[in-house]
Design a binder for this molecule. Structure first.
Ligand code: GDP
Ligand code: CA
Length: 331
């Protein structure tokens, strides 16, 4: 069974960890007979060059979480982290003081930048980094070309375009976003590895990740949406919105910027019905039990919808959510 998951950082990582747990339960003898392969196609729109290093926040969130090295209390970065190098960089006046790069995390960025300087693609560099962590899943950047999400905001009466991370981390998304710009997207393509993972999947899942700046960015790569629509596998999405609010985060600010209501139903309609529309993606959609009222509405719009618990509180609830997504795909 081949499962391909489109994912952003923190929400994507939790979901992938649950999926891995669930599949290890379902296929305990991964080495004999039936196995399950998970491939994550990850947003790279948050990537940037910072202090001379290539930083890939979403790839790293997934790598650390599935590698067991994530700081689960803080929600991101490495556990047992220190910040000695960061203080030095600040003393030299480089980097972003509000975007802390921990010492252990910097090791990842140095290694990645070194691979890239040696001429490896981001796909190859990511595979080299992942080798160390024994993730049990394959980690793929959505594209090998740089696509950076920038945000148009108005600050002190002036129009400004800032990197997504500046808007998200420095301004905590409190300054309204006027629009998102995918710098470099016209020259980007899904990698051959991504195309293969989509075309040969038995199931495609959209993780409960930010629909605009995580999944939306992946879908914005020219050719990605068409590749998904042509996939033989069913496509099932999991809502990142529960009871009209983003779980852990500020996705509502992103949805508002693109004129989509912060509800599970509006996000599903934004992705669209694969059957009913010429650009839609979803065969099925999972909403939280508290959003059960949207089930008949979405069914009428051509999206098979189930209401199940969507909170990933711990490994068990995350695995159960993954099981529900797989069941929705297979039914
Ligand atoms: P980021 O790149 O780190 O912002 O992470 P993602 O884009 O992968 O995920 C962020 C989204 O995950 C947020 O919009 C949340 O709504 C969603 N999310 C976080 N935790 C949960 C959860 O327990 N359940 C569900 N359904 N969604 C969640
Ligand atoms: Ca992200």
């Amino acid at each position: 069974m081949k499962i391909t998951v489109l994912a952003g950082g923190v929400g994507g990582a939790r979901f992938l960890r649950g999926l891995r747990t669930q599949l290890r339960k379902a296929y305990p003898n991964g080495d004999g007979g039936s196995t399950a392969e998970i491939t994550a196609v990850v947003n790279t729109g948050d990537d940037m060059w910072l202090t001379g290093l290539r930083v890939c926040p979403d790839l790293d969130s997934i790598m650390y979480t599935l590698g067991g090295a994530n700081d689960d209390e803080r929600g991101w970065g490495r556990k047992g982290e220190s910040e000695r190098v960061s203080a030095e960089l600040t003393a030299y006046g480089i980097g972003w003081p509000w975007f802390t790069l921990g010492d252990l995390d910097l090791g990842t960025h140095i290694a990645r930048s070194s691979f890239l300087r040696d001429g490896l693609t981001l796909t190859e560099a990511t595979a080299r980094l992942a080798e160390r962590w024994n993730l049990g899943i394959r980690l793929l950047p959505m594209s090998d070309q740089s696509v950076e999400t920038h945000v148009e905001i108005e600050l002190d009466g002036r129009r400004r375009i800032v990197h997504f991370e500046e808007w998200w981390v420095k301004h905590r998304a409190t300054v309204p976003a006027k629009r998102f710009i995918q710098v470099g997207v016209d020259a980007a393509t899904p990698t051959p590895e991504v195309r293969h993972a989509i075309a040969h999947a038995d199931i495609v899942l959209l993780a409960p990740s930010n629909p605009v700046v995580s999944i939306g960015t992946i879908l914005g790569v020219p050719g990605m949406r068409a590749a998904l629509r042509e996939a033989k596998a069913p496509i099932v999405g999991v809502s990142p919105i529960i009871s009209g609010a983003a779980v852990r985060g500020m996705a509502d600010a992103c949805l508002t910027a693109i004129g989509v209501e912060t509800t599970a139903a509006a996000v599903a309609k934004h992705y669209g019905s694969r059957r009913r529309s010429t650009t839609g993606l979803l065969d099925a959609w999972l909403v939280d039990e508290t959003d059960a009222a949207s089930v008949p509405v979405l069914e009428a719009a051509g999206i098979r919808t189930r209401a199940v618990p969507l909170w990933m509180r711990d490994p068990d609830t995350s695995a159960q959510l993954a099981a529900d997504a797989l069941a929705a795909a297979l039914s």
